[in-house]
Design a protein around this ligand. Sequence first.
Ligand SMILES: [Zn+2]
Length: 286
Amino acid sequence: MSDLFSVADVTAARGTLRKMGIAPGEGEAPAHYTLRTGEQRLALNAHLGAALRLTHTGNIHCLHCGRRTRKSFAQGYCYPCFKSLAQCDTCIVKPETCHYHLGTCREPRWGEQHCFQPHVVYLANSSGLKVGITRKTQLPTRWLDQGAIQALPILEVDDRLQSGLVETLFKQVVGDRTNWRAMLKGDVAPLDLVAERDRLLASLAPELAALRQRVGETAIREVSLDPLSLSYPVWEAPRKVVSHNFDKDPDVSGRLMGLKGQYLILDTGVINLRKFGGYEVDVAIE
Ligand SMILES: [Zn+2]
């Protein structure tokens, strides 16, 4: 068991939801999930099969400043934070639009610490082949958050902007989205990611060479690693995916059938907890 999280032995809690902590299992073992509400931590794997109830109290607190907000923006922020934090800027989702060099970064220091760091361009299989980018230190968390069953880093670059430029090239020939319904249903065929990597690098060789000329010959480096397989604690995948939504019904309950990506899979439907960051909930497990 990973000691990344302090896991208290609690079965009832009230607090503000954050995205779940997910640590990879050792070897073939499924990932370890931790529900996080406020300062409380609840190890979820041990409660598979149990009746779980999450009740939204009606309060939403900004994950950054803690102030109460009527509505959550960008999965957990108040409107002022959404408009002022660099991590809520559109350039985070579209790194190729980084505007630091124009002197308009919302928080230059934050940008230096998070964006001007080595980034990885990877291939993953969450609901089929996709390309993605992330800060090197975010691996394998990023893949676990997406519910990927396989992942392979293919290129390393010096900063986030470069990762966006490379990803833009790859997006001409491969998708960057996860079909979350297919991911949850779990009927995803394994892929030969090494073969996909070799195929893509060969077909994009001219474009990558041109980009290296632009940003520096050593800026975009091929990495040679083995693909990683990831597995999840899922007793029974949903056959039909119905989703719960605290905004429509504050009471979400059911038997916990599995955990994949940032989703709780209940026998009554699924819920993406990341989407409800900042929502205050009462949690009870029977
Ligand atoms: Zn705020």
